[in-house]
Design a protein around this ligand. Structure first.
Ligand code: MCA
Ligand code: AMP
Length: 524
């Protein structure tokens, strides 16, 4: 049987010299920690063999909510090896959110932090999960205790390109989160395109072994889990691994690295670091930004401070990467090599991208419309939601991104807005409908609206505007406190206002644009 397991392709790219350092990091006590390529291979084999020993049904989901660690990455690789489906969960999610994901995905295995075992295992066992393991960020927990008894050699389970590799939950503009189903073929095809497009190299670099990636993003979303990890592994590149983003430590690591990936907030925070200058960035080859709009001010400031031009790219959980500014000259676009601030570059090779009006007709270049895409990177659909999946595709098979943008005559794509009601805060997506639902359920609330307003650090943050029921007395701080007990911290509005009425149009619909305008200077 042909082998399309993504792990097999990643493993084939490991360098012949398996004793070389693959990951360099710092232990919880501050001591330096090194993992060789051999360590990655053998440790992920042990975990894969542990998973195989559980005799799980075909297509089983392995849901994981743990702090970032190299072992958490190994668990991802092990899940691929064993042929199961990886389901990463943001560590900020609270019990009600976790209960929904576990109930919806019905994972056969759940892995959580030792500290959360009590409540997570209760939810998991109630929902029918058979196996709950723990994994701490200091190599503690039952997962590794069990894995150590398994063999350190494992043949990756044969997978077809169309078989599921991961499910990533993304919130919906209405209703609950949807699980985007990504296949081995989606992930590998996109990783290979990026390997070529971003010029990953195994030559040169500060240590002579080619590119070295600074990995400072969380690993429960596309950016840190797929774009960054696949990029490094598929090139046999070392990673300098940070469990948490610390701007000073990242600047200190730059002379030993060549590639950095971050959401715009990371760039804003790095620019606030006095040590960031041309000398610190002297060995760097590529700074990549995405997940949220990069302000032109940040793009320009970075150029001035470091002499490097940030490469901005655009993607989604459902599609992985869609467009990118050029790394070198782009052959398909008349040799264009300019990274243009305020644009997300060209559609990647193999990605079809079109801009349409609301009737679905393509608009001429330069005109604004809805962005639709297709390609081998586009997901298989939403987990157990065939109707939602059908809604998000056009009759001729294009995926509706919900982003609004334009393509200029040279092929550069710009995102100018979103037709979906979404706030992107520090690179995390926040769906106002979910927050409004929680507020509307509170006693004394008649109605609410949550809007995104500019924020110097997070790009955008939410502001809640609430109407009380007649006679009810609402306290904004109490509303925020209740939300904090229900939702992940990044979803909590930064401010809450109780007002007598919301602006409405003739149809009675709340005019969120007017609220955004009213509160736009709150954090200026
Ligand atoms: C933390 N807080 C936030 C956020 N993160 N609030 C809003 N938005 C956030 N993103 C809250 C904390 O709960 C805390 O609240 C307060 O802000 C201060 O926390 P701080 O210590 O400053 O935060 P941090 O721990 O330093 O985290 C900031 C961060 C982090 C490093 C920017 O949010 C982060 O790693 N973001 C990256 C997200 C990412 O990887 N996105 C990629 C998605 P309190 O004080 O009240 O407790 S993939 C994707 O979008 C697509 C596919 C793509 O194109 O890549
Ligand atoms: P997610 O569902 O978390 O994967 O977020 C995907 C969304 O992030 C996209 O639909 C865009 O709205 C947004 N996004 C990602 N990259 C960029 C970018 N470079 N510029 C503007 N928006 C972006």
């Amino acid at each position: 049987m042909s082998q399309h397991n993504l792990f097999t392709a990643l493993r084939a790219a490991f360098p012949a010299e398996m004793s070389r350092t693959a990951v360099e990091t710092t232990a919880a006590d501050g001591a330096p920690l090194f993992y060789t390529w051999d360590d990655l291979d053998r440790a992920s084999a042990r975990i894969a063999n542990l998973l195989a020993s559980l005799k799980l049904p075909e297509g089983s989901r392995v849901a994981v909510q743990v702090e970032k660690s190299v072992e958490a990455m190994l668990l991802y690789l092990a899940t691929l090896r064993a042929g199961y489906v990886f389901l990463p969960l943001n560590t900020a999610y609270q019990s009600a959110e976790i209960a929904y994901f576990i109930g919806n995905a019905e994972p056969a295995v759940v892995v959580c932090t030792p500290g959360n075992f009590g409540w997570v295992s209760k939810i998991a066992f109630t929902q029918g999960t058979q196996h709950v393991f723990t994994l701490g960020d200091d190599r503690t927990g039952s997962l590794l205790e069990r894995a150590v008894h398994h063999h350190d050699v494992q043949e990756p389970v044969a997978r077809q390109a169309d078989d599921l590799a991961a499910i990533l939950y993304t919130s919906g503009t209405t209703g609950r989160s949807k699980g985007a189903m990504l296949t081995h073929g989606n992930l590998l095809s996109n990783a290979r395109v990026l390997q070529d497009y971003w010029g990953w190299t195994s030559q040169g670099g500060p240590q002579g072994h080619g590119d070295v990636l600074i990995h400072a993003l969380p690993i429960f979303h596309v950016h840190g889990l797929f774009v960054a990890i696949h990029g490094a592994l598929l090139n046999g590149s070392k990673m300098i691994w940070f469990a948490r983003f610390d701007p000073r430590a990242v600047v200190a690591a730059m002379p030993r690295a060549t590639v950095f990936m971050g959401v715009p907030t990371l760039y804003v925070r790095l620019l606030a670091e006095p040590g960031l200058d041309r000398d610190a960035a002297r060995n760097m080859r590529l700074f990549i930004a995405g997940s949220a709009p990069l302000l032109i001010e940040t793009f320009n400031a970075w150029q001035q401070r470091t002499g490097h031009t940030i490469l901005e790219r655009y993607g989604m959980s459902e599609t992985i990467m869609l467009t990118s500014n050029p790394c070198g000259a782009d052959a398909r676009h008349a040799g264009q090599s300019e990274r243009r601030g305020g644009t997300v570059g060209f559609a990647l090779p193999g990605v079809g991208l079109r801009v349409t009006d609301d009737t679905g007709q393509p608009v001429p270049s330069g005109e604004i419309g809805n962005i639709q895409v297709q390609g081998p990177n586009v997901f298989k659909g939403y987990w157990r939601m065939p109707d939602k999946t059908a809604e998000e595709f056009t009759a001729d098979g294009w995926f509706k991104t919900g982003d609004v943008g334009k393509v200029d005559e040279r092929g550069y794509v710009s995102i100018v807005g979103r037709s979906k009601d979404l706030i992107i805060s520090g690179g995390y997506n926040v769906y106002p409908a979910e927050i409004e639902g929680c507020i509307n359920d509170m006693a004394g609330v008649a109605e609410s609206a949550v809007v995104g307003v500019p924020h110097p650090d997070f790009g955008e943050v939410g502001v809640a505007v609430v109407i009380a029921k007649p006679g009810a007395q609402l306290v904004p701080e109490a509303i925020i406190a209740t939300l904090k007990s229900q939702l992940a911290n990044f979803k909590i509005p930064r401010q809450c206002f109780v007002v007598p009425e919301l602006p409405r149009n003739a149809m009675g619909k709340v005019q969120k644009n007017l609220l955004r305008e009213q509160y736009k200077a709150l954090f200026a």
